[in-house]
Design a protein around this ligand. Structure first.
Ligand code: ATP
Ligand code: MG
Length: 427
């Protein structure tokens, strides 16, 4: 017997009902904000991520599933990676397909599996699902605020807002960050011995990343470090003020967390995260920020952008805390006469399905008693007993499985009585 690979998951049964709801509300919410879908490959050239996400990030340093493409006989093979996030691929596609023409804002969303080779634990997997939106082509703080508003609207609609709160920060820009970098480096150098091995490495490569460390001892040192918010240039400070003003206007509640930095190198100015206390160490449910240099970094024109990603596994985990999800039961179960299923019974099955009525039948011709039991187990409301005599009159016996009463009804009335609950009609 085989077992799945560590950090990967099988999802089935009622859990899928929760996933379907999370995903259908996701699509409705993106549609409301006129964010259009972009379907992207799961595999990209490794260079897209190295360049886009940044060499000194956890993802690029140690989390990517990377392999050499053996189709290339002419060389060692080009390196390819399973996508660890969606922004770099979206921006690659935006540039490659010339989506910057005609100029103006492009609002795009993606969704699907992401892959990171990290230590699996509750809420943290090696294959997980994200959806994300990218607003590319505006540097207005209103774009930041409306992207955040979209994220919060989604959390409201899947009913998990009471488990979460929004944190925002500004991480400055290439003009004001270098000075802050040296301030931080100076401070952390003084406390080097108290920092973990990872942070000592970050100290030389990217001191900002230390602020994101979850190590307890590091946390004590981080607490007294100076914060980017005190070193913003006037333009970044004004941008941050405007984001807050627009969030207020949109009635989005937030708290300012001056220590929040995001795990990716491409962010400038606005950074935000939605966090929860309900999932242990996996506290971030979604996050994002502004990435004005990214399109250019990946070889496109100088176009600004802002976006976010949502961890759908964590959304689903939060949804299940307060609600039970069930797969839609059949509306009816056709109880056949036993033995080989008759053509008239098959015709009835077809007729009900043609009316969009999800209806079950026993393929194996078991006895009636066993079929009724089976019908009960499926959660069907009705059993339709397709007796030969009744069928000859164009009728069936309709048995209400909860009240155990039954009556003869014509097939035309049957359709009215049962109604339909095709999944696409249930909203
Ligand atoms: P974390 O701090 O939990 O490692 P992150 O900063 O690495 O998160 P992002 O790159 O911002 O995460 O991805 C956006 C969202 O994707 C996260 O807020 C989280 O909900 C989800 N996510 C990230 N990594 C995983 C994972 N390994 N398993 C499940 N969900 C994940
Ligand atoms: Mg991470």
């Amino acid at each position: 017997m085989f077992q799945k690979v560590k950090g990967f998951q099988d999802t089935y049964g009622d859990d899928c009902a929760c996933w379907e709801k999370a995903e259908s509300i996701m699509r409705d919410t993106f549609a409301l904000f006129l964010v259009r879908e972009i379907r992207l490959p799961i595999l990209e050239k490794t260079a897209v991520f190295n360049r886009g996400i940044g060499q000194t990030t956890d993802i690029v340093e140690k989390e990517m599933f990377t392999f050499a493409d053996r189709d290339r006989a002419d060389s060692e093979g080009e390196l390819l990676s399973l996508r660890p996030e969606g922004t770099a691929g979206t921006v690659r596609a935006y540039i490659e397909n010339g989506l910057y023409n005609p100029p103006g804002i492009k609002k795009l969303y993606y969704s699907g599996p992401m892959f990171r080779r990290e230590k699996p634990q509750k809420g943290r997997y090696r294959q997980f699902s994200q959806c994300g939106a990218e607003f590319i082509g505006s540097s207005s703080p209103l774009a930041d605020a409306d992207a955040i508003n979209l994220l919060i609207t989604y959390f409201d609609r899947v009913n998990i807002s009471r488990f979460t709160h929004l944190e925002i920060n500004s991480v400055g820009c290439p003009l004001c960050r270098p000075e802050y970098h040296s301030k931080l480096t100076g401070y952390f150098n003084k406390h080097k011995d108290g920092l973990c091995a990872d942070c000592n490495r970050r100290l030389t490569k990217n001191p900002l990343r230390i602020l994101d460390c979850k190590n307890e001892n590091c946390g004590k040192i981080i607490k007294n470090a100076s914060v980017m918010l005190d070193s913003l240039c006037p333009e970044c400070a004004e941008h941050f003020e405007s984001v807050k003003m627009y969030l207020d206007a949109l009635n989005v509640k937030y708290i300012i967390n001056p220590f929040m930095v995001r795990g990716l190198d491409y962010y400038v100015r606005t950074a935000f995260e939605v966090v929860t206390a309900e999932l242990g160490a996996a506290s971030a449910v979604g996050g994002g920020g502004r990435y004005d240099g990214l399109v250019e970094t990946l070889g496109g024109p100088a176009v600004p952008g802002v976006g976010f990603a949502i961890g759908m596994d964590r959304v689903v985990a939060l949804m299940k805390l307060s609600e039970e999800f069930k797969q839609t039961p059949p509306k009816a179960f056709i109880v056949t006469f036993g033995g080989k299923v008759k053509n008239s019974e098959i015709a009835l099955l077809n007729r009900l399905r043609a009316q969009n009525i999800p209806v079950e039948i026993d393929y194996d011709g078991k006895g009636m008693k066993s079929q009724l039991k089976q019908a009960d187990r499926t959660g069907a409301k009705y059993a339709v007993i397709a007796g030969e005599e009744e069928m000859n009159r164009g009728a069936v016996m309709l048995r209400n499985l909860s009240s155990s009463t039954q009556e003869e009804v014509s097939i035309a009335d049957l359709i009215l009585k049962i109604g339909n609950n095709h999944p696409f009609n249930f909203l």
